[in-house]
Design a binder for this molecule. Structure first.
Ligand SMILES: [Zn+2]
Length: 216
């Protein structure tokens, strides 16, 4: 089972955070808490927060901060509350940090560490803006790491490949700016508590994971 680890994972979009969270879950037997999954679960279980979120989810709208906080609080009040966990994508803002700290205090749980996966902005831009996908058969490519045999054509079905809006360079840079703005405050806060462990997020998935194990 290993030690009772309670982690918050922070990293840029395209930085491999979700993948590392899954590896941590497996290796240390942690509950992987991602807000998107939690939202779908709350709606499905028809919890009070899930009922409030349902129309927003149906419209594809954003779920406000306090509702996300309430979903997290609900999750930690359940009988099967997680005692060993890795938070993936929460808390994202100082207001969420404050709400989460209250939840943890009520449950007598302490954080073990805040893991920061650092990846150079230019590497993120290269990783994401090189992605292409086939609108017909959903096959995915990367112009550098997994190029199609014929430029801009799907190997499987020959359709013209496209780039997702989210992967366009201008969009990626905008998302990175938002990420840096939000995490600066968060990291200051957790650095004061001496909880931040920074890990170089470049290189292969297994390499990054062993760096994580080394700092824990
Ligand atoms: Zn295709």
């Amino acid at each position: 089972m290993g030690p009772a680890m309670r982690l918050i994972l922070i990293g840029p979009p395209g930085g491999g955070k979700g993948t590392q969270a899954k590896l941590l879950r497996k290796k240390f037997n942690l509950c992987h808490i991602a807000t998107g999954d939690l939202l779908r679960e709350a709606v499905k279980l028809d919890t009070p927060a899930g009922r409030l979120a349902r129309p927003l989810v149906a419209q594809g709208g954003l779920v406000p901060d306090d509702l996300v906080n309430e979903m997290i609080a609900e999750r930690f009040r359940r009988d099967d509350r997680p005692e060993r966990f890795v938070m993936d994508g929460y808390p994202r803002t100082l207001a969420q940090v404050a709400a989460f700290e209250q939840v943890l205090r009520q449950q007598y749980l302490d954080l073990t560490a805040v893991l920061l996966i650092s990846v150079d902005d230019e590497e993120i831009v290269q990783r994401l803006s090189g992605r292409r996908y086939c609108p017909k058969c959903q096959a995915t490519y990367h112009i550098r790491h997994k190029p199609p045999r014929i430029a801009d054509r799907c190997d499987e079905c020959g359709a013209a490949l496209v780039q997702r809006e989210d992967d366009m360079e201008a969009t990626v840079r905008r998302r990175l700016a938002v990420y840096h703005r939000n995490t600066a405050d968060l990291l200051d806060h957790y650095r004061r508590q001496n909880l931040v462990r920074e890990v170089d997020g470049s290189g292969a998935i297994e390499t990054v994971f062993s760096r994580i194990e080394n700092v824990l």
